[in-house]
Design a protein around this ligand. Structure first.
Ligand SMILES: Cc1cc2nc3c(=O)[nH]c(=O)nc-3n(C[C@H](O)[C@H](O)[C@H](O)COP(=O)(O)OP(=O)(O)OC[C@H]3O[C@@H](n4cnc5c(N)ncnc54)[C@H](O)[C@@H]3O)c2cc1C
Ligand SMILES: NC(=O)c1ccc[n+]([C@@H]2O[C@H](COP(=O)([O-])OP(=O)(O)OC[C@H]3O[C@@H](n4cnc5c(N)ncnc54)[C@H](O)[C@@H]3O)[C@@H](O)[C@H]2O)c1
Length: 467
């Protein structure tokens, strides 16, 4: 690096883009972000933040519905006692919250001197980005470093084209003015499972079309089994081993036709059949940036692409589609590009959470890693049903699972299935990240009574296996 101020141009203002902009500005670079939709990206405006806000309302309604089991009654006649979701108010709140977060991010970037260009960016040659601005102008930018963080968009099938009214992607549900009466959710990955559960909690009649043997095929099998059991118990119609062939409107109804010929009728269908990277028209060929067959940009562990001076971060790389990973890839890219100290991306410490009720939180090595022989581990699974705090709170579903290394007892992974597991996974994440042993975890005080008591108890069980 010479003494001249480096110019960094970032295409895409989601977590991958805005986090890298902050780091680059902090490291003294002149930074421009070209963003076509709004700062915060899909994460803030249509995907992560809106879905979690919807789930917050749904969770509240579910708690309300189970109040009777904790001895709480409501005034009024028995038949009349139910909470009702107001779709307009819920969606207004969601969209307001998303826009406010987007504004906060813009203000944060502007405070550190980042230039924000509203429009579409593409690489026009080595070290060159063209921005087609929203106001109709075009601007040419010279860049010492280019970072691509363009994200993904919902995958659509020609036989099930979304119409924004009754055939919907997850990005279109926040425009609904009424709660879907009979919702068919297609796809039982994380997006499908979270949203199917959210709408069930809000009062929709939900059918989940799952192409695999069980819901959440990529997750811990024990955890997914608990969630599928809860779905069914709460009245969701889960159609296992069922692949959608097509979805079509029939007046005010939708018909989902499965590959085996069965038809499912509903008022709305929500398509959650995966995502495709937005990498087709961003001029990758103009700089020699390689992609995989799926169109994801190929990167190494410091986010370098195949082209010198071009980095990529987030979902468009296909490394691990989480907001936290996108942000980390972006920070690493800028540190590397601008000559700061940097450690390559380490996915073993990544914490993830599925926001169903109960939630599934995971960190480190998984059961699948153990079963595939990628790592040797001892495993203990403790149900929550014996935890005193869980009993007090009427929590019956869930468990804590810990994986430790045989021989030293280092904690290498964990799964928590519990209400707010996203908060409970942190002690296990600290243990994995800092290579703590099960003995260190077991000898740490936990509050009595508390859900974390089960984490300490599981660690104690692993100690006795070690002994
Ligand atoms: C329903 C759902 C829920 C999710 N929930 C969670 C969660 O709870 N926790 C979690 O960690 N992750 C969650 N994720 C994943 C998370 O949303 C993504 O990992 C994250 O959005 C990736 O960030 P990104 O910066 O790569 O891309 P994005 O957030 O997609 O941002 C990319 C931005 O680039 C813009 N762009 C694209 N092309 C151009 C161009 N040519 N010029 C200018 N701008 C362009 C796009 O408009 C977009 O605004 C969820 C995903 C979905 C679908
Ligand atoms: N809480 C979170 O952190 C969160 C939430 C949502 C998404 N995400 C991220 O996004 C990633 C992608 O998740 P996703 O669920 O959007 O996509 P996905 O690709 O993981 O799941 C899509 C599912 O749809 C199924 N499918 C495809 N075509 C089908 C058809 N015709 N009929 C029936 N089923 C069909 C697939 O088999 C697959 O199981 C996740 O792995 C996660 O990293 C994270």
């Amino acid at each position: 690096m010479n003494g001249r101020q480096q110019h960094v141009v970032i295409i895409g203002g989601g977590p991958g883009g805005y986090e890298s902009a902050l780091v680059a500005a902090q490291l003294g670079a002149q930074v421009s972000v070209v963003e076509q939709t709004g700062l915060g990206g899909a994460a803030v405006l249509t995907d992560c933040v809106p879905s979690k806000t919807l789930i917050a309302t749904s969770d509240f309604m579910s708690r309300f519905a189970s109040a009777g089991r904790l001895g709480v009654g409501f005034e009024g006649t028995q038949d009349d006692q139910h909470a009702e979701a107001n779709a307009i108010q819920i969606n207004d709140r969601i969209l307001d919250l998303a826009k406010a977060q987007s504004r906060d991010i813009r203000a944060q970037l502007e405070r550190v001197g980042v230039r924000i260009l509203a429009g579409r960016g593409h690489i026009s040659g080595p070290g060159k980005v063209t921005a087609e601005l929203a106001d109709g102008d075009t601007e040419q930018l010279n860049a010492d470093v280019i970072l691509l963080a363009v994200g993904c968009t919902p995958r659509v099938m020609p036989s099930a084209m979304p119409d924004g009214e009754r055939i919907l992607t997850w990005q279109q549900i926040y425009d609904l003015t009424e709660l879907p009466e009979k919702l068919i959710v297609v796809g039982s990955g994380v997006t499908g499972a979270e949203l199917a559960h959210a709408f069930l909690g809000l009062g929709s009649d939900v059918t989940l079309v799952s192409s695999r043997d069980r819901v959440l095929p990529g997750e811990d099998a024990d955890a997914a089994t608990v969630i599928e059991h809860v779905f069914r118990r709460r009245g969701m119609n889960v159609l296992g081993r069922s692949r959608m062939k097509s979805a079509a409107r029939d007046g005010d109804e939708v018909i989902v036709t499965l590959e085996d010929g069965r038809e499912v009728r509903g008022s709305h269908v929500l398509l959650a059949v995966g995502s495709v990277p937005l990498t087709a028209d961003i001029g990758l060929e103009n700089a020699g940036v390689d992609t995989s067959d799926s169109g994801h940009i190929t990167v190494d562990r410091v986010s370098r692409t195949s082209a010198q001076g071009v980095y990529a971060a987030g979902d468009c790389t296909g490394v691990l589609p989480l907001a936290s990973v996108a942000a980390m890839q972006g920070r690493i890219a800028m540190a590397h590009a601008l000559g700061d100290a940097v450690a390559p991306l380490n996915l073993r410490g990544v914490c993830a959470n599925i926001f169903t009720d109960p939630e599934i939180a995971t960190v480190g090595y998984s059961q699948a890693d153990v079963e595939a022989g990628r790592v040797q581990a001892r495993t203990v699974t403790m149900p929550l049903s014996t935890n005193p705090r869980a009993k007090m709170r009427n929590i019956t579903d869930g468990f804590v699972k810990i994986f430790s290394h045989p021989g030293g007892g280092t904690v290498i992974g964990g799964v928590v299935v519990a209400p707010q597991a996203s908060e409970l996974i942190y002690p296990l994440a600290v243990a994995v990240q800092n290579r703590l042993t099960v003995d260190q975890l077991a000898s740490t005080f936990s509050v009595y009574p508390s859900m974390t008591g089960t984490i300490a108890e599981a660690a104690r069980r692993l100690h006795s296996l070690e002994a």
